[in-house]
Design a protein around this ligand. Structure first.
Ligand code: PMP
Length: 405
């Protein structure tokens, strides 16, 4: 019958992109999707990715055979080192398993599926309010409902740390806690390392199960180790945990779907047998979902992570991206303060990573769209990389106008 499948709502972000594309104004500004843009508002292919691509193209031994089920081993092993640190106790004690996924989304999904099948505890995942909207769908699609812990403090436009900590403390024993290790999407607000330590204590005291979703390593501070400090701290503390890792943003490989999923078990005499059982189950799940992960993006990342010179060049490329974003933050705050735009604007420079939660209301967002052809999500989130030296004055003035009247 025709009414069995109802019409699904449009994905808000992709609807926003379509509206932007249809707008014919030469002044239009896209602050919607979280993809890096250069100062000319164009996608940027990282120079190190161009180099790696050249190397791949000239390699006579490459072919299009299937990758192993768990992915390209030279990629997954270096991806684990990048996340956990080369001297991680979990790597030394061989109690982690890594499997290549369809970018970060695929890694979150694989983790969710694994938990749906094997997790014995309170089968509810606690996510930040707000969080990346897809978290809710990915978990609920596998039968794990989401609940929220407070995160963003509307007054300070910073972290509601007490609210977050107390909600995690109050969650039923052995719940799943989803955490963003750095550059929180959509708020750009992260706990400090001391706050992470307090959170670890609370999570430990309730025997909760942490699941880190890392989509922006290298994008927050420009320093890869610093951006992974939260995960590394939890691992050092002996937690059993899961990690989803995306290379979409930090390599600019969005559409190539390079990602990795890591499971780490707690230290102990059974750790290695536990992890090999986990790896065997992950392989079965992978087989039924995608059989074999895609080659190209993982080959590029693998080349870079396995070559000291290319790695250094990648770090340099990361600094170019994070540096430009920080320049835009400083410049936007200075311009709004100069204009005397009502309110405080320190949060623009306090927040980090790809996004800023501006505090603009839905009404102001809609006015910016109608009056100035500026596109952002209704929650007032802007992708900082959408700003550049050519449009930032225009944007600041438009914000000033809607906030002032
Ligand atoms: N998690 C978070 C928090 C994200 O912001 C994103 C990207 N928007 C992802 C995961 C996954 O992105 P991808 O699948 O493109 O790697």
């Amino acid at each position: 019958p025709s009414d069995v499948v109802p019409q699904a709502p449009e994905d808000p972000l992709f609807g926003l992109m379509a509206a932007f594309r249809a707008d014919e104004s030469p002044d239009k500004v896209d602050l919607g999707i979280g993809a890096y843009r250069d100062d000319n508002a164009k996608p940027w292919i990282l120079p190190v990715v161009k180099k790696a691509d050249e190397i791949l193209r000239n390699d006579p031994d490459l072919n299009h055979e299937y990758a192993p089920i768990a992915g390209i081993q030279s990629f997954t092993s270096k991806a684990a080192e990048l996340m956990l640190g080369a001297d991680s106790p979990a790597l030394k004690e061989k109690r982690s398993a890594s499997i290549q996924t369809i970018s970060g989304t695929g890694a979150v999904h694989l983790g969710a599926l694994f938990l749906a099948k094997f997790f014995k505890g309170n089968r509810t995942v606690y996510v930040s309010n707000p969080t990346w909207a897809n978290h809710h769908q990915i978990f609920s699609n596998v039968g794990i409902p989401t609940k929220q812990y407070p995160y963003f403090d509307k007054k300070t436009k910073g972290l509601d740390f007490e609210g977050m900590k107390n909600a995690i403390k109050d969650a039923p024993e052995r719940s799943i806690i989803l955490l963003h290790p750095c550059a929180h999407n959509p708020t750009g607000v992260d706990p400090t390392l001391d706050q992470w330590k307090e959170l670890a204590e609370v999570i430990r005291s309730k025997n909760h199960f942490p699941f880190f979703d890392s989509a922006y390593q290298g994008f927050a501070s420009g320093n890869l180790a610093r951006d992974a400090a939260s995960v590394r701290y939890f691992v050092e503390q002996g937690f059993e945990l899961l990690i989803a890792q995306s290379f979409a943003k930090n390599f600019g490989l969005y559409g190539e779907r390079a990602g990795c999923f890591h499971a780490v078990t707690a230290p102990g005499p059974d750790a290695q047998t536990t992890i090999s059982r986990i790896a065997s189950q992950l392989a079965i799940l992978q087989r039924s979902e995608i059989s074999n992960p895609p080659l190209y993006g993982a080959r590029i990342v693998s080349l870079v992570l396995n070559d000291a010179k290319l790695f250094a060049e990648w770090e340099d490329n990361l600094t170019t991206m994070s540096g430009r974003i920080m320049d835009m933050r400083n410049s936007l705050r200075a311009k709004l303060e100069e204009l005397g735009t009502p309110g405080t604007w320190n949060h623009i420079t306090d927040q980090i990573g790809m996004f800023s939660f501006t505090g603009l209301t839905e009404e102001q967002v809609m006015r910016l769209r109608k009056e100035s052809h500026i596109y952002m999500t209704k929650n007032g989130r802007i992708s900082m990389a959408g700003l550049n030296t050519k449009n930032i004055d225009y944007f600041a003035k438009a914000v000033h106008a809607v906030v002032s009247s």
